[in-house]
Design a protein around this ligand. Structure first.
Ligand code: PGA
Length: 239
């Protein structure tokens, strides 16, 4: 694991965006693994700025997102699909035909197979962006007794529901989600995990300094050959 500490979220976004845009310029049809949540937003903003300045094009890039809520229409404003349209897709030249998303309303088994095959057919994920939950989750892989494999349907924990329900003002937050599993995430060639704020400090410490255990799913990244952890000072405060 390589760990870098920055003064604020914007600096992290600039740094992560430069890695991604340089990679896209060198490999225009590369495969990006994308995440939702607050953590990657400054990275997406910086990528949009690079696109607007004419310094990068995403038109041949393929993307796969980590997760999606179940029991929520794809076009609902709180779906992760809508989040990505709003925060990245609609503001760059990403071709929507090249966007891969889990269908939270499909059957778990067939959707898991479909997604694994689609990622494989695309050649695997080159760069995977990740956030981390306060409880150490990555994507929606919550603390549990074993590391998960391919995409699966998860019952969200109280901690995650509490953290995310602030975004749901019209309907109750869904209780289930489809998420890429830990093994599928670990297959990405490069991983960039972003964490900011002191609410993440304990999870960050467990991820970097704790034992590798599914009770802190992010700790598995200690076993990845190319995991880059980008932190602000608050998230790094317990290291
Ligand atoms: P956040 O979520 O980026 O909104 O903090 C990260 C996560 O829960 O995985």
């Amino acid at each position: 694991m390589e760990v870098r500490v920055f003064r604020n979220a914007e600096e992290i976004g600039q740094y992560a965006s430069k890695i991604i845009c340089d990679y896209v310029n060198a490999n225009p049809s590369c495969v990006l693994g994308l995440a939702t949540g607050a953590s990657p937003v400054p990275t997406y903003s910086a990528m949009i700025a690079e696109y607007e300045a004419g310094r990068v094009s995403f038109k041949n890039v393929r993307t796969f997102n980590l997760d999606e809520y179940c029991d929520l229409p794809k076009e609902h404003k709180n779906s992760y699909y809508s989040f990505m349209v709003e925060n990245l897709f609609s503001k760059t030249d990403i071709n929507m035909d090249n966007v891969g998303f889990l269908d939270g309303n499909a059957s778990e088994e067939s959707e898991s197979k479909r997604y694994a095959q689609a990622i494989k057919a695309a050649g695997g994920i080159d760069i995977q962006i990740l956030g981390i939950g306060r409880n150490g989750h990555i994507a929606f892989n919550e603390p549990s007794d074993e590391f998960t494999d391919e995409a699966w349907k998860v019952k969200l924990t109280d901690s995650t529901i509490e953290a995310n329900s602030i975004y749901f003002d019209d309907i109750p937050m869904p209780r289930y989600a489809m998420t890429m599993g830990i093994c599928s995430i670990m297959r990405a060639k490069k991983i960039i995990l972003i964490a900011t704020g002191d609410s993440k400090a304990q999870a960050v410490r467990d991820m970097i300094n704790g034992e590798v255990t599914p009770h802190c799913p992010a700790s598995v990244l200690q076993r990845h050959g190319d995991a880059l952890i980008l932190l602000d000072e608050a998230a790094a405060s317990l290291l």
